[in-house]
Structure formats: structure tokens, C-alpha cells
Design a protein around this ligand. Structure first.
Ligand code: HEC
Ligand code: HEC
Length: 270
């Protein structure tokens, strides 16, 4: 520690500390944003190894209800031919693995992580194909028409999910959830696979372009309906605010150092 004491009063010491702080903030921010970014959502073609891992995860988490070969049992349907899209939808929304004795299968924090989900999805797809997980391009809303999406939503979805996607009660005590949390991929997968009481909207009844229009509408109403202020699910503004705050703090520190550095020295002519 002696060398610090010796160098503490060096004119460059203050600047060195500022520089270190800057690097620390940079690294911290990178860690923060890096952790939240979804590891490439596109599913690579599953290899044998991935399928084998998927089968293991399935045996541990799913087979008790769906059967060891995913053939179905008295308590849960067969998953032969449901496709990777159905598995990804059910598992990424936390619906599956279902609770042994839960009420309805509602959206929950997912139990499996992204790579485990893709492995199980790859395993189920390896049994008998079925709808694949849509690629990021397939769910992109670039060039989609929000007005068309609204018309399609009113005609096809609103009777269950309400006009603003707020959700609503169905007959038989079932409930269509609000669409405020589903990601574009999950919205696409829901249409493709028709979970529970929801009908399937395959590519003939609803073209891929129209699916993207609907996704654009659902996500647009979401931003409009948000009156601003804190929303816990939206990490964006929080980190932006944090960066602005830290930037300001750093500026003030540098300014303070600069002001004190000038003290005692004769003011040079500029
Ligand atoms: C406690 C029993 C239980 C467990 C454990 C369970 N499921 Fe299910 N699963 C069900 C039931 C019941 C249904 C049908 C009702 C529904 O769709 O909500 C279902 C439906 C599904 C569907 C929809 C099928 C379709 O036709 O679209 C998929 C996909 C699925 N499960 C995958 C999984 C996966 C993957 C796991 C393991 C990670 C798993 N499940 C664990 C009970 C279970
Ligand atoms: C007959 C009623 C019905 C119709 C019509 C319907 N849905 Fe659904 N939808 C449901 C039900 C019920 C669920 C919940 C399924 C479950 O929990 O297993 C659901 C779930 C969803 C989810 C998952 C939400 C989440 O956050 O987990 C999305 C997204 C969705 N629907 C989109 C749509 C879109 C888009 C349309 C129109 C193209 C549509 N739905 C039409 C009944 C319906």
C-alpha cells in the first residue's frame, strides 16, 4: 500500500482514478446488458448430441406426464408431431413443465433455460417433425402493416383476447390471457400451434405476412397503452437512466478535479 500513499498526491492520480472508474462502469454496463440479451433466438439444426441431451431433459421433466416416448398418458396428450414450435412456446412461457396439481397452465417464469428448451424442442421435432420455431426474420415486424394487423386481430383474436389484447374470460371457466408479455416469437408460435382452447392459424388460414401484421399490431398497442413511468418488465429505460446518471456523475467528478487542479497555480493567459 506504500506506493499508493506515495503517488496519491501526484497530479495525474485524480485522472487515473477517473479513468479506472470509467472502465469499471463500462465493464459493469457490458455485463448488465450482455446478461439480458437473448442468446441468439434462432434455432440451429439440432445435432445428434443436442437431441440426446433433449431426450434426457425430457425424461427428467416431462415424461412423468407425457410418457417416456412422448406418446401421451392419461394425464397429458401425446407430443408426437406437435413440433419444436409448440415445445418452445409451452416451455419458454413457463407453462411446461406443468405443476403436478396446478389450476390452469398459465404463463410463469420458465423452468428450463433457452438452450435446454431448444434441446427438448429438437428432441420432440426429431420424433415426427411438426411446425419449427420461427426464425427472427419470420417474426420481424419490419414492413408489417399495423392497420391490417388490427383488422385481422379484431376478426380472429379479439373474441377471446379482447380488443386491446387485455385478455378475457372464455366459456368452461377458461381464460384467454392478456397479450402484454408474449414476445413476437411466442405470438407467432401461439398462432402456429394453438395452445389449449386457442385455434391453430396455420399458414393457409393466415399467411406468414399476416401473422407479422398481427404481431406488429399487438406490440404497437402495447407501447401505446403504456402511459409512461416505471414498468418493471421494461429494463430498457432503467439502464438508459442509469447510464445517464453515471455519465453525469463522472462529469461532475472530472469538473471537480479540474477546478481543484487549477487552484494555487497562476492562471495562464489563454
Ligand atoms: C404435470 C404434468 C405435465 C408435465 C410435467 C409436463 N406437461 Fe406438458 N402438458 C400437460 C398437459 C395436461 C397438457 C395439455 C393441456 C395444455 O395444453 O395446457 C400439456 C401440453 C403440452 C404441450 C402442448 C401440446 C399441444 O398439442 O400443443 C406441449 C408442447 C408440452 N405439454 C410440452 C411439455 C414439455 C416439453 C414438458 C417438460 C419440460 C412438459 N410438457 C411437462 C402436462 C404436463
Ligand atoms: C377461442 C379463443 C381464442 C382465440 C380466437 C385466440 N386465442 Fe390466443 N389464446 C387463447 C387461450 C385460451 C390461450 C391460453 C392457452 C394456454 O394457456 O395454454 C391463448 C394464448 C395466446 C398467447 C400466449 C400469451 C402468453 O403471454 O403466454 C398468444 C400470444 C395468443 N394467444 C395470441 C393469439 C392471437 C394473435 C390470436 C388471433 C390470431 C389468438 N390468440 C386467437 C384463446 C384464443
Amino acid at each position: 500500500m506504500r506506493w499508493i500513499t506515495a503517488r496519491r498526491r501526484h497530479p495525474a492520480a485524480g485522472y487515473a482514478i477517473v479513468l479506472l472508474t470509467l472502465v469499471a462502469i463500462g465493464l459493469g454496463y457490458a455485463a448488465l446488458t450482455g446478461a439480458g440479451s437473448p442468446a441468439s433466438a434462432s434455432a440451429p439444426a439440432p445435432g445428434q448430441q443436442q437431441i440426446a441431451r433433449g431426450q434426457e431433459i425430457f425424461a427428467r421433466n416431462c415424461a412423468s406426464c407425457h410418457g417416456l416416448e412422448a406418446q401421451g398418458t392419461a394425464v397429458a396428450p401425446s407430443l408426437i408431431g406437435v413440433g419444436a414450435a409448440a415445445v418452445d412456446f409451452q416451455v419458454s412461457t413457463g407453462r411446461m413443465p406443468a405443476a403436478e396439481q396446478g389450476p390452469e397452465n398459465v404463463r410463469k417464469p420458465p423452468v428450463l433455460d433457452t438452450s435446454q428448451t431448444l434441446e427438448v424442442a429438437g428432441y420432440i421435432a426429431s420424433l415426427a417433425g411438426g411446425p419449427a420455431i420461427p426464425s427472427p426474420e419470420q417474426v420481424s415486424t419490419a414492413g408489417a402493416d399495423v392497420a391490417v394487423g388490427q383488422e385481422l386481430f379484431i376478426a380472429n383474436c379479439a373474441q377471446c383476447h379482447n380488443f386491446v389484447g387485455a385478455g378475457g374470460a372464455l366459456t368452461y371457466g377458461k381464460f384467454a390471457p392478456a397479450l402484454t408479455q408474449a414476445t413476437p416469437t411466442q405470438i407467432y408460435e401461439a398462432m402456429l400451434t394453438g395452445p389449449e382452447a386457442m385455434p391453430v392459424f396455420n399458414d393457409t388460414t393466415m399467411t406468414p405476412m399476416n401473422k407479422r401484421d398481427i404481431i406488429a399490431y399487438v406490440t404497437a398497442t402495447r407501447t401505446e397503452a403504456n402511459p409512461g413511468g416505471f414498468s418493471l418488465g421494461r429494463i430498457g429505460p432503467v439502464t438508459e437512466g442509469l447510464v445517464a446518471f453515471l455519465g453525469l456523475l463522472l462529469f461532475m467528478v472530472v469538473a471537480a478535479l479540474w477546478i481543484t487542479a487549477k487552484q494555487g497555480k497562476p492562471r495562464e493567459h489563454e
